[in-house]
Design a protein. Structure first.
Length: 191
C-alpha cells in the first residue's frame, strides 16, 4: 500500500498580467486574491503530514503560458505530471449585479468524486467565512475540469464585484484558505 501524503494541486486562477488575467473591482485584482489565498492554503496542507500541496503559481510574478489556452494547459499539465490526487482551482466570481454574493463550485460531472469534494469545500468556506453557498454546477467544457486526470474542483470563493465579499477575500484570506483546507480534509477523512 502506498503511504505517501495525499497530493493537492492548488491552482491560483489567472495570470499576473494578460494573457489570462482575472477580473478587477474595488481596486482589487482576482489574480492577486487567488495567489495569496492559494499560498496560505498550501501552507495549511503542507503543515499536515497527511497532505502535500503544490501551487500552480509559486510566486506572485509566475506567468503561465503565452495565451489563455497555454496558460490553462500549463496548470493541468503541472497537476497531471506531478500525479496530484486532487486539483483545486481558486477563483473570484464577478457579476454586473453588485449584490451577488457567496461561493459556488464547478465540477466536470455531478456523478463524480469531485462533486462530493466540492460540497465539502463549500461547507468549509461557509463555516469559516459566513458567505452563503450558491451551489455546485457541472461545467464539462471547462478545460481545467475536463483535462485533469484526478477529481478537480473550480471554486468561485466570493464575488470580487461585491464590496463585502471582496473586502473579506482581500483582508481575511486565511478564512478562505482554512475553509478549503478543512473541507478537503473532511472529504478525504470520509472517503
Amino acid at each position: 500500500m502506498n503511504n505517501r501524503p495525499i497530493r493537492v494541486y492548488i491552482d491560483q486562477g489567472h495570470n499576473p498580467v494578460n494573457p489570462n488575467a482575472g477580473a478587477e473591482a474595488f481596486g482589487l485584482r482576482e489574480q492577486n486574491l487567488t495567489y495569496t489565498i492559494g499560498v496560505i492554503c498550501a501552507e495549511l496542507f503542507n503543515a499536515d503530514p497527511s497532505f502535500e500541496a503544490r501551487l500552480s503559481r509559486p510566486t506572485a510574478q509566475t506567468q503561465l503560458g503565452t495565451s489563455t489556452a497555454s496558460s490553462l494547459r500549463a496548470r493541468v499539465d503541472g497537476a497531471n505530471s506531478w500525479g496530484a490526487d486532487y486539483f483545486i482551482s481558486l477563483h473570484a466570481n464577478a457579476s454586473t449585479i453588485a449584490s451577488a454574493s457567496g461561493n459556488e463550485a464547478y465540477v466536470y460531472s455531478i456523478n463524480s468524486p469531485a462533486y462530493e469534494l466540492a460540497g465539502d469545500i463549500l461547507r468549509g468556506l461557509n463555516e469559516t467565512t459566513g458567505l452563503q453557498t450558491r451551489g455546485i454546477f457541472a461545467r464539462p467544457t471547462l478545460y481545467v475540469l475536463r483535462m485533469t486526470q484526478m477529481p478537480a474542483v473550480l471554486v468561485e470563493m466570493g464575488f470580487i464585484t461585491n464590496e463585502g465579499d471582496a473586502n473579506l477575500m482581500a483582508n481575511q484570506p486565511d478564512l478562505f484558505a482554512q475553509g478549503i483546507y478543512q473541507g478537503t480534509a473532511a472529504y478525504v477523512n470520509r472517503a
